[in-house]
Ligand binder design. Structure first.
Ligand code: NAD
Ligand code: UFG
Length: 336
């Protein structure tokens, strides 16, 4: 059996997936340009699993650099996490996002094609459901976006669909993640954003540890039970395990298959804050602020397809996610 190439493997979701793969005995090769992660991740993954693997500091925009990875390793499948992911930044820097995410992915696909490696698990997002569908979201709904980041996911899915139509040897599973949070139980790896976090749970974590003063809750007048936004938070370890199920599925199936990875349950901002307060045994200082542009009131997944095709479902609840996030934060108060 060949190896699995993990692009973006030192990032938040990638690092957790590397751990689950190594624990299951898969051989991996990791590629990342370290634009949004640190080499320290590699050391932590090796420490945690007691295994080693090759790491390449290579950019997806570097075609020859990626060819070298395929020359030096027999790669069977690619799990493709690499990409820029900040919604607000994508509005400011659309060309950077389209170039990095779309041109980078097309480059990677061309390299894979050249080496006859035609299995990919792609990191898509619930953002592809846009604003016109109502939750729970099912994979057959139309896709759209409201910002360049979201469009990169919509467009990459289209490219992957077209590729599978053109060449029936390709097998692509596009995993549409809902809101990944939490960390590995060891506290050795977790979410380590650069600068001030955009996302709710990393922000709460930094308030809890004293790096930020107070949480702004963006909107308390949504049509939700407590007025705050509702999301389908999923433990990153559950999410990581979903990739292993997807790899198994892709081995025996061809074509393009989009699949939601969520819990199927929504939690409001106030519920997440309450759960985090229990986990860290502190009060989170907070205030209500105006709605954030582009936010939806409610987003959660229909998870039947993942159960049916992948025999996978999420196990952890929101309290466990907050406990694991806090454990990582306490052990790494300044990040990795
Ligand atoms: P992350 O930023 O922690 O990881 C992405 C990794 O990709 C980083 O380590 C970064 O250095 C690397 N990278 C970026 N551009 C690259 C390039 N040109 N060449 C090589 N490496 C490059 O993010 P994450 O949260 O782990 O997300 C992983 C994937 O999942 C992304 O594609 C993201 O869009 C998608 N996703 C994330 C979320 C979320 O909330 N975290 C939700 C839905 C989808
Ligand atoms: N929120 C706050 N205060 C904050 C941060 C967030 O109140 O400081 C609220 C948001 O308004 C939202 C909820 O917390 O109601 C979750 O916000 P996140 O930023 O954590 O997550 P989003 O659902 O907005 O974004 C996620 C991914 C994006 C993706 C988007 C749509 O991070 O990559 O889902 O699927 F584009």
């Amino acid at each position: 059996m060949g190896k699995i190439l993990i692009t973006g493997g030192t990032g938040f979701i990638g690092s957790h997936t590397c751990v689950e793969l190594l624990d299951k005995g898969y051989e991996i090769v990791v590629m990342d340009n370290l634009s949004n992660s640190k080499f320290e991740s590699v050391k932590r993954i090796e420490q945690l699993t007691n295994k080693t693997f090759k790491f390449y500091k290579v950019d997806m925009l570097d075609f020859n650099g990626m060819c070298k990875i395929f020359d030096e390793n027999k790669i069977d499948s690619v799990i493709h996490f690499a990409g820029l992911k900040a919604v607000g930044e994508s509005v400011q820097k659309p060309l950077e996002y389209y170039n990095n995410n779309i041109v980078g992915t097309v480059n990677l696909l061309r390299v894979m094609d050249r080496y006859n490696c035609k299995n990919m698990i792609f990191s898509s997002s619930a953002t592809v459901y846009g604003v016109d569908n109502s939750p729970p979201y099912t994979e057959d709904m139309t896709t759209s976006a409201t910002n360049p980041y979201g469009y990169t996911k919509v467009m990459i899915e289209q490219i992957l669909r077209d590729l599978c139509i053109a060449d029936s040897d390709w097998s692509v599973v596009s995993l549409r993640y809902f809101n990944p949070i939490g960390a590995n139980k060891s506290g050795l790896i977790g979410e380590d954003p650069n600068g001030i976090p955009n996302n709710l749970v990393p922000y709460i974590a930094q308030v809890a540890i004293g790096r930020l003063e107070k949480l702004s809750i963006y909107g308390n007048d949504y049509k939700t039970p407590d007025g705050t936004g509702v999301r389908d938070y999923i433990h990153v370890v559950d999410l990581a395990k979903g990739h292993i199920s997807a790899l198994d599925y892709a081995k025996n199936h061809r074509g393009f298959e989009p699949i939601n990875l969520g819990t199927g349950n929504g939690s409001s901002v106030l519920e997440v804050v309450a759960s985090y307060e229990k986990a860290c045994n502190k009060k989170i200082t907070k205030r209500f602020a105006p709605r954030r542009a582009g936010d939806l009131a409610i987003s959660y997944a229909n998870v039947q397809k993942a159960k049916r095709l992948l025999n996978w479902e999420a196990k952890y609840n929101i309290d466990e996610m907050c406990v694991d996030s806090w454990n990582f934060t306490v052990k790494n108060p300044k990040g990795l």
